[in-house]
Structure formats: C-alpha cells, structure tokens
Ligand binder design. Structure first.
Ligand SMILES: [Fe+2]
Ligand SMILES: [Fe+2]
Length: 192
C-alpha cells in the first residue's frame, strides 16, 4: 500500500499548481489581451501562496521528508540541496512579488510589466520545483523510507489540520482557494 503521506503531498502539489495556473492565466489576460487587472483576485492568490506552500508545505518537506531521506541514503544529497535552495529562494521571490503588485496597484511606471514577468517566473520556478520533487525525490523516498519514517511524515503533514495547533492553515488555505475560484474568470472559476 502506498504511504498516505505521499498522497497528501501530491494533493497539496495539485492545489498549489491550480493556483499557479490561475496566476499565470490572470497575468496573460493582462499582458497579452490588455485586460484590467483584478487586484482582489491577485491579492488572494499571493495570500494563498504565502499562507500555504511558503509557510506550511515547503517547511514540512524540509523538516520531515527531506531529513528522513537524508538519513536513509546519500544518493539524493545533491537533489535535496537543490530542492532546499529552491525553498529558500521561494520566500524572497513571493515577498518581492507582493511589493511589485503594490507598485502595480499604485500605477507606478513599468510596474505592470515587471509584476507580470515576476509572476510568470515564480509560477515556472514553483512548477519545476514540484515536478522535481514528484519525478525525482518521491520515487527515491518510496524506495528507501521505512513504514515508521512514513508515519512520522504523515503525522507532520496531518498536523497542518490539527486544531490544537492554534490555527488551522488548511482551513485558511481552503477559504483562500474558494475565494480564488469564485473570483477567477472562466474557464478557471466557478460558472457564474
Ligand atoms: Fe518543496
Ligand atoms: Fe512540495
């Protein structure tokens, strides 16, 4: 039987990828079709990225999945270093994107094009990162980790939902996700 944690990680990647797709879709409408920016939607997308992948998903991978693999094998050392570096770089990139969105909203010269370029770049980097994890790291993890390792990883990812934690990031992510779907234009959003 496949470890449950694998399914959680893949599901989280799917949700993150859907939001990145929405971000790129919005950017292309603005940049290629000259459509007005929906700043409420763009802010909801950036809030989601900050509150979920950046604050919860990547740190859990670093702390539990990556460290477990590192303990069982040396074959993934180079890959893990790359993935961790990508986690580290993701945080300043999203902070930068938030600043660029504010400049765009204020109507600063060149801010529109700069935001669109940075958003495309961010989506591309994150996609490549998640693909690398799924195609390269998860198969190694499946091969080398023990049942106990997977249980610990599962417990950590499940903790994202634990009300005793004080906050429930998955609830927050879910709320933002619904906001994004309700605001996004067809074919991404709900039929209006
Ligand atoms: Fe990651
Ligand atoms: Fe990931």
């Amino acid at each position: 039987m496949k470890p449950q944690a694998l399914q959680i990680i893949r599901d989280e990647h799917l949700a993150i990828a859907a939001v990145l797709f929405a971000l790129r879709f919005c950017v292309r409408k603005i940049r290629d079709e000259g459509k007005a920016a929906d700043f409420v939607l763009l802010r909801a997308i950036l809030d989601y990225i900050v509150s979920y992948p950046d604050r919860w998903h990547h740190p859990k991978e670093d702390q539990y999945l990556f460290s477990a693999v590192r303990e069982r094998t040396r074959e993934a050392d180079h890959l893990l270093a790359t993935l961790q570096e990508e986690h580290r770089r993701g945080h300043p990139m999203i902070e930068d994107l938030k600043q660029q969105l504010l400049a765009f909203e204020r109507g600063e010269p060149g801010a529109n094009a700069a935001f669109c370029a940075a958003a495309e770049k961010y989506a591309q980097v994150e996609w490549t990162h998640m693909r690398r994890e799924e195609d390269l790291l998860l198969p190694i993890a499946e091969r080398v980790l023990t049942e106990e390792d997977w249980e610990r990883i599962h417990a950590a990812f499940r903790e994202n939902d634990n009300p005793l934690f004080g906050i429930k990031p998955k609830d927050e992510a879910e709320r933002l996700y619904r906001t994004i779907l309700s605001l996004a234009p067809a074919p991404i959003g709900y039929a209006k």
